[in-house]
Each structure stands twice: as C-alpha cells, then as structure tokens.
Write a protein that binds this ligand. Structure first.
Ligand SMILES: Cc1ncc(COP(=O)(O)O)c(C=O)c1O
Length: 419
C-alpha cells in the first residue's frame, strides 16, 4: 500500500487501508480499538518487511562475510539511520537499540549509577510510568542516590513553577515523561532543560507516549537522552530505542557484556567497541529492528499535522461527549488538561460507583470497545488523586469518528447499568 505523500490532505480512510486488521469479514462483530497508548496496530508494510526478512536466508548481523549476513547487517543499520532521521539527529551512532522503553531506562539507570554517589539526586515526577520510577528506586537502593518527585497541578500537568526548589548542585539527572500516559499532559521541556543544564544535570525524556504522534526534534528539545518503544509507534514488539547525545554515550560504560560489543577480550580484561555497539551485547532483535525502521518510515510519510488535527478533534469529541453525559449523571470525572488545551490524544476518566475493570469488561462485551482500566502503571499519580484507578481511551492515526461514538454510546449504557 503506497503511503500518503506528505503534501496530501490527511484522509483517515486512506490510512486505514494500510492495516489488514481493519479488513475483517463483514459478518464479524464490530470492534473499536481504543487502547493505543498500550499498543498500536501495525501497518501491512511493516509485517511484510519482517516476513520478507525471515522467510529468505537469514543470518546474524555484524559477523558473516557472505550475502545474507551482509544484507541483514545493512538492513539493521539502515533502520538505525531511519530512527536517527525520526529523532531529527544526523548521527545514527547516537541510537542504541534495546528491547523497549523500559529496558532503555533500566540500562540508563544501571550505567549512570556507576558514576553516582550517596546523596546525589535524581529528579522524577508524580506523572511517571512505573518504568521511569522503579529502575531509579533500584538504583537508589544500591547506591544511596536520593529520588525527588516534581509535583503535578490540578490539570495533570507538571508544576514547573516549583522546578527551582527541586533542582540543585546535587541533581545529576532529571528524568521525566515527555507526555503522560494517564493525564495526557505534554511536558514543557525548555525550562526544565535550561534549569537542569545550569546545574550540571543531564535530562532524559521518556518519549513512549510522544513518539507515536510524529517525529521528534531532539535539536529543539536539547535533552541528553530520549527513549521510546516500537510497539507504540506502529512497529513490532520486542524493540525500543535509547538515544543519547554522543558525548554522553562515549563517557558511559556498557551495562551488559557479550559478543559484538567489544574491541578486544583477554582473560583479564576487555576493551569495548565504539558507540552505539558497546551497548548492544549479543544478538539483537534484527527482524524487529527492521520492522521498527519500516514503521517509522511509514509514519514519517503520513501527513503528520493533518493527523494531529484529526486526533485532537477526536479527543475533543471524547471530552465534550463525556461532559455532556456528565451533565445528566454528575458521575464522571475527567482527568488532564481542559478542553482546548494542548494534550496527547488520550483521555482518562472515572465514573463514581463503577470500577474501571467492570467498565472495560462491559465496554468490550456489550459494545466491542477496547479500553484500558486500572492504574496504567502510574500508581503514584492515582494515589495522589485519591483513586485506585481510571479508565483510559487512547487514539491512534487510524481511529475514526465512529470509534469515538461507539465509545460514548457504551459509556452512556455503562452509567445506566452500573450507577
Ligand atoms: C509513559 C510510558 N513510559 C514507559 C512505558 C513503558 O514502555 P514499554 O512497556 O514499552 O517498555 C510506557 C508504557 O505504556 C509508557 O506509557
């Protein structure tokens, strides 16, 4: 399927035709997929590229001096170039392949931890996914590093007015989400980076929820590390990215040892390969990396500003629809920035008297709507709000008005049933 040219108007029906799962037989019950913040669907071109790689002669990369091995190595390194392009950097050597955002953050915590001392500080926030909390807690337990947490405001955005009180000469790293998987808040990065760098601290952004919504401009962000996962950017599972500024990566020891990450090995000591290879020990997920490259290339060929307008329109329809239902019931609490404010295209909410798991079960069973309910791996944020969990509806490039309307109909039904 030929992707949309960049100059063509965004046409969701055209986009949908890139995904075979939307071409199910007419007799199957309708299914509305609105759990995209957990995982997006994969366009056919990604599946075909991975299938093509697996069904021919496959070979390991960086080792063999014969055709299929050289082709696989080339495809793998081409994907690295594509990721670099997606991140707006000219240096593919700043791109490290990992198994996902979680493993990228764990790797960073392990490595940066070598250089941290008891009393050094890492600044996180109350908005973070557990993947950007627990690795730092493990580090803190090991090293005595102190964790601090930037608070959030009523609207689910970071309270940047308090930034100055949280960053000081002991701060070694500020590690924050670029966009919240629960409140949908988008982090205003400039003030954070300026304050952190003034104090000699590095900045890492967790881009797991931001990367699905188009190319990242790392030059403009001016951060030191950036992470994201493939399966949320229309790519396969099992692969992700740790991007690091070259001078930062060059100062870092590897986290894991093994084949292909070395320069020379003796029984006493080893020296390491240059970046990024020193961070990719052993055989990487070659097929998935190739798939990720194709997925990002596909995404970059879409009309990104058209997509953003389309998705923010759908998110507004969700918020306005929930507000209308709330006018009648008075039972719905919507979290995150208010209507009209910039946000990710996802909406978390609660319904008084209905457990999120029951809502999700009912929405699936009676309406064919796939949502996510629970704490969304952001328990501290839900604790802060004084609730056990919320229900989340999250959008991707292929979602249409009928998905949103099926969701809103289902929620009305839900309220009638439960409350
Ligand atoms: C904001 C955020 N960070 C990190 C992660 C972890 O990503 P993964 O499970 O792909 O490693 C997620 C997953 O939902 C997320 O939403």
């Amino acid at each position: 399927m030929r992707p949309l040219g960049k100059t063509e108007r965004f046409d969701v029906e055209h986009v949908v035709r890139n995904f075979s799962m939307f071409r199910s037989p007419v007799e199957t019950a309708p299914f509305y997929y609105l759990d995209n913040a957990a995982m997006t669907q994969t366009p056919d071109c990604v599946i075909e590229a991975m299938y093509k790689h697996e069904r021919g002669w496959r070979a390991n990369i960086k080792r063999g001096l014969y055709g299929p091995a050289e082709e696989a190595t080339q495809a793998y390194e081409d994907a690295r170039q594509t990721v670099a392009r997606f991140l707006g950097t000219s240096d593919p050597h700043e791109v490290v392949f990992t198994s996902g955002a979680t493993s990228s953050i764990n790797m960073l915590a392990l490595i940066l931890g070598y250089g941290m001392r008891p009393g050094d500080e890492v600044l996180l926030s109350l908005l973070e996914h557990h993947s950007n909390i627990v690795p730092w807690q493990l580090l803190s337990d090991r090293t005595g590093v102190i964790l601090k947490f930037l608070p959030v405001k009523e609207d689910g955005c970071l309270d940047l007015a308090r930034l100055g009180a949280f960053i000081n000469e002991r701060t070694k790293l500020v590690a924050l989400t670029h966009g919240s998987n629960v409140s949908a808040a988008i982090t205003e990065v400039a003030a954070i980076v300026q304050c952190a760098h003034q104090h000699g601290a590095k900045v890492m952004l967790d881009g797991a929820q931001m990367a699905p919504h188009g190319p990242i401009d790392l030059d403009a962000l001016d951060v030191d590390f950036y992470v994201f996962s493939s399966h949320k950017v229309y790519g396969p599972t099992g692969v992700g990215v740790l991007w690091g500024r070259r001078e930062c990566l060059q100062e870092m020891q590897p986290a894991f040892g093994g084949g292909e990450m070395i320069d020379a090995v003796t029984l006493q000591k080893s020296s390491y390969a240059s970046v990024p290879h020193r961070f990719e020990a052993g055989t990487p997920p070659v097929t998935q990396v190739i798939g990720l490259g194709v997925a990002l290339d596909w995404l970059m060929h879409q009309d990104i500003s058209g997509m953003k307008k389309h998705l923010s329109g759908l998110a507004e329809r969700i918020i306005a629809g929930l507000a209308t239902i709330d006018k009648k019931s008075g039972l719905i609490n919507i979290f995150g920035p208010a209507l009209g404010k910039e946000r990710l295209p996802l909406v978390s909410f609660s319904i008084d008297g209905a457990h999120p798991h029951d809502i999700c079960q009912m929405m699936s069973d009676r309406h064919g709507v796939a949502l996510r309910g629970g704490h969304h791996c952001a328990q501290p944020l839900h604790d802060h709000w004084g609730i056990q969990g919320s229900t989340r509806v999250s959008l991707a490039i292929y979602n249409r008005v009928n998905d949103v309307d099926a969701f809103l109909n289902g929620i009305e039904d839900c309220i009638g049933l439960f409350c």
